[in-house]
Design a protein around this ligand. Structure first.
Ligand SMILES: [Zn+2]
Length: 374
């Protein structure tokens, strides 16, 4: 293999490596369908999982313009006043009461006492920090963080703002990618080495433009993620593959305080299967798991309010699953919608949650015994 081919092979591999997002296991990424209002849901804990992070691949080409890596607040306040933390590994844990002094913001974590929650963007903590500056209690701050994260009007605003401020990155990224992988070899083969140098210099100017955009985003639009965006800007200045994926990398901060359910409701994707599953997990917590019950009770009120804003209720997602292709099934799990045959009474996948029976179809009108006037 020639040195030229080797170089492009390595460049392609580096580009594919940069075309991945490593996000906390509890993250959910929404990808907008090309046409219509539907979203595809990509969970971080599906494809490739490390201790705290999971891999979400981006579309290699064209750029992933409709990518929304959403992030829920890591802390919730249960109905009985207990705090619940979604830990670094994605599990929920009950917490003892804490004060503002017990909360510490690390570069990639929120530390509560001795426990850690992994966060995808520092903007996630910014809501709590502002509440503290206003003099709010940690309880009020956590409740407000969830109200904001699930609010459909706010999610619509955040998405609109991101679409607006990311305009230049949408075409600068593909221009740099095309220039690097197609333009550079073509100029080298047909024009020689000196024009190639000038072309590479022009590509570097594009990288500088992308870096300036990232710097501006951190300075003016998302000050809560200023340090992270500045680091991305510096990387975009020296690593072309990082600059090529700048749009998707910055999207993490743009949607860093928005829950996926809020964005789904804001854009009218009410029938999204993931949304149905999320509502059912809140309605039917795992029996005997105090942390899950606390998490569900914390989310109940803000989720009901978000649904009511769109003219929906949580009961709309309680319908039985379609059993047309499984006529022998007699009951279903109200949480995971697993279908079961007659003797089974509880769902083994949901730690023994009680099953519900399918509604019996109405019997057809029996024919008269013998004629109309027996
Ligand atoms: Zn189940």
């Amino acid at each position: 293999m020639s040195a030229f081919a080797e170089f492009w092979l390595i460049a392609g591999a580096l580009f594919l490596w940069e075309s991945t997002l490593w996000l906390p296991l509890r993250s959910v990424v929404l990808r907008r369908a090309w046409f219509g209002k539907r979203w595809r849901v990509l969970a971080a804990d599906r494809l490739l999982v490390m201790r705290e992070l999971g891999l979400v691949p981006m579309l290699p080409l064209p750029p992933d313009g409709g990518l929304a890596p959403c992030q829920a607040p890591p802390l919730a306040l249960a109905a009985d006043g207990t705090f619940v933390l979604e830990s670094a590994t994605g599990r929920t844990e009950l917490l003892a009461a804490f004060t503002w002094d017990d909360l510490r913001a690390e570069p990639h974590h929120l530390q509560v006492g001795t426990r850690l929650a992994r966060i995808s963007s520092p903007r996630c903590i910014e809501v709590l920090r502002r509440a503290k500056q206003r003099g709010a209690t940690p309880q009020a701050a956590v409740r407000q963080a969830w109200r904001l994260a699930l609010s459909p009007p706010r999610a619509a605003r955040e998405w609109r703002r991101w679409r607006l401020v990311s305009g230049p990155l949408r075409w600068l990224g593909p221009l740099l990618t095309g220039g690097f992988f197609i333009g550079l070899p073509v100029v080298y083969v047909y024009r020689g080495s000196q024009p190639t140098l000038f072309f590479a210099l022009w590509l570097w100017c594009l990288m500088g433009w992308i870096a300036a955009q990232l710097w501006w985003l951190g300075h003016r639009v998302y000050p809560g993620a200023r340090a992270a965006l500045r680091m991305d800007a510096l990387l975009a200045l020296v690593v072309p593959f990082h600059a090529m994926r700048a749009l998707e990398i910055a999207a993490i901060h743009a949607m860093g305080t928005t829950h996926p359910a809020g964005l789904l409701l804001a854009t009218g994707d009410f029938a999204n299967p993931w949304l149905g599953g999320f509502v059912r997990r809140v309605l039917h917590p795992l029996p005997g798991v105090a942390a899950d019950a606390g998490w569900a009770s914390a989310l109940h009120a803000p989720l009901a309010a978000a649904l009511a804003h769109c003219g929906k209720s949580m009961q709309d997602y309680e319908a039985a699953p379609d059993a047309a292709n499984d006529p022998a099934a007699s009951a279903y799990c109200p949480r995971c919608h697993g279908r079961y045959l007659a003797p089974v009474q509880s769902c083994p996948d949901c730690l023994g949650l009680e099953l519900r029976g399918f509604a019996k179809p109405k019997p057809a009108c029996p024919p008269p015994a013998s004629g109309i006037f027996p």
